[in-house]
Design a protein around this ligand. Structure first.
Ligand code: FAD
Length: 418
């Protein structure tokens, strides 16, 4: 058939978790998942791959094994959405129709936005944990590093997991110390933003970590060009810093360069009527329903939700989308399940320590699950992130039963109504 009760665009974290529950509730053949990739990536594990702690194989599974039972897998990319006709055009030209649409297509890496980067990446010491193609290069180049400048970048665009650009800097610092190369190495973290982390509580803790570990943090330094022949990275000064006036550029020579590329919305979303202007799917931040098209929902990195883009946020969002969509299908017009902006970033600072940021991107307030102060580095949070959460991701989240730690937080913190 070319018509489905629900079409889900994207078989990543958000798409599969929603499709699983909907398939279970609606029965076989009612839900279609549009996903071109034969491989599903558990991207949060890539930080560990880049630091040589986990293998790439541990982060990947065939999409065929993860498509929920009863869902139809359409192995194509979505190319156009026409929400007035309730139709999606696929890259092969075929059209499919839906009663309800869920958009969970993620965010696009934009290597082209930095001059020289597309040709430099993956060669001669330039790597990125953000891409399946280059994450293993991070570990290869770290092992080859003999001292000099190890430079880590963070762009000024919205990105997924805003902590990941600095996690790898701390892991690299630890590795070089263990290898006896720390004295010969400068570790530099250049961010295009004016703070090391958006939420003050964790920013203060991270500033101390960086200082104590000798990681030089340069704020308002946005990567604009890579010159691989000269091994130089060029940064534009985007705010007040001792390095020079706003608008000027500074050159930093590198021996190892870890790039977090700028990111942007997919073109097919930007060109659609669902877009909020910059290309993210324009949804109500509380109900996750489209602001104009009532039979459309969106979650995750491709949505307009003003919170930090993480899989942890997607888990909490997935519960809300499922509740509201199923209510709509059952004839309830007004959605009642709401999302509070919950997101989490496990800030790995070493092989057995981690700052577990959990907060609402809407209020900026911490929403910590546990009773201890999660802004302090500790081995329990590391164990949770490296050993427990990856299993939750494969076994409970993708199969629809994990909606984030909200119920635990409310149980462990009675009186917290968030
Ligand atoms: P994705 O999981 O990216 O899925 C999007 C899917 O859409 C993909 O399968 C893609 O193939 C598909 N798609 C793309 N275009 C189309 C199209 N045209 N048609 C159909 N399908 C399409 N999160 C955390 O919670 N904790 C962490 O520690 C963490 N660390 C991270 C570290 C790194 C290095 C990276 C890269 C990410 C990290 N994240 C982390 C972020 C997390 O991986 C994402 O926020 C999460 O995967 C978002 O889920 P999503 O469903 O929105 O998008």
């Amino acid at each position: 058939p070319s018509s489905y009760k629900v079409v889900v665009i994207g078989g990543g974290a958000g798409g599969l978790s929603v499709a699983s529950t909907l398939s279970e509730k609606l029965g076989s053949g009612e839900v279609a998942v549009v996903e071109p990739s034969p491989v599903h990536n558990q991207q949060p594990l890539w930080t560990f791959v880049g630091a040589g702690i986990k293998s790439m194989a541990e982060t990947q599974r065939p999409t065929s094994e993860l498509i929920p039972q009863g869902s139809v897998w359409i192995k194509e990319a979505a190319a156009e959405i026409d929400p007035d006709q309730n139709s999606v055009k696929l890259a092969n030209g075929q059209k499919i129709n839906y009663d309800y649409l869920v958009v969970a297509a993620g965010i696009k890496l934009d290597f082209e936005a930095v001059k020289g980067l597309s040709s430099a990446i993956g060669k001669n010491g330039v790597a990125s944990n953000y891409s399946a193609d280059y994450v293993e290069k991070t570990w290869e180049y770290l092992q080859n590093f003999k001292g000099g400048n190890a430079v880590f970048t963070m762009p000024s665009t919205p990105i997924k997991c805003a902590g990941a650009p600095q996690k790898i800097a701390y892991l690299a610092e630890e590795y070089l110390r263990e290898k006896g190369l720390r004295d010969k190495s400068n570790i530099v973290y250049n961010t295009g933003l004016g703070k090391i982390f958006a939420i003050d509580k964790y920013a203060e803790a991270l500033t101390k970590v960086a200082e104590s570990r000798g990681v030089k943090v340069n704020l308002f330094h946005d990567l604009v060009e890579v010159k691989p022949e000269e091994r130089k990275a060029i940064f534009k000064i985007t705010g007040s810093t001792p390095a020079g006036p706003v608008g000027e550029t500074v050159e930093i020579p590198y021996d190892f360069l870890h790039v977090t590329p700028p990111m942007k919305a997919h073109e097919f979303l930007k060109n659609s009527k669902l877009s909020n202007g910059v290309g993210f799917v324009d949804v109500d931040q509380s109900t996750l329903r489209h602001t104009k098209y009532k039979n459309v929902y969106s979650l995750g990195d491709c949505s307009s939700l003003p919170t930090s883009k993480t899989a942890a946020a997607v888990a909490a969002q997935s519960g809300v989308v499922k509740d509201n969509l199923l209510a709509n299908i059952n004839g309830v017009e007004t959605p009642t399940s709401t999302y509070n902006g919950y997101t989490s970033c496990p800030l790995i600072t070493g092989k057995n320590k981690l700052i577990l940021a959990e907060f609402s991107g809407y209020t900026g307030k911490p929403l910590e699950t546990f009773a201890f102060d999660q802004s302090k580095e500790n081995p329990f949070s590391y164990w949770l992130t490296s050993s427990v959460i990856p299993n939750i991701y494969w076994n409970s989240f993708l199969s629809g039963s994990w909606r984030g730690p909200g119920p635990f937080r409310r149980f462990l913190n009675p009186g917290d109504s968030n």
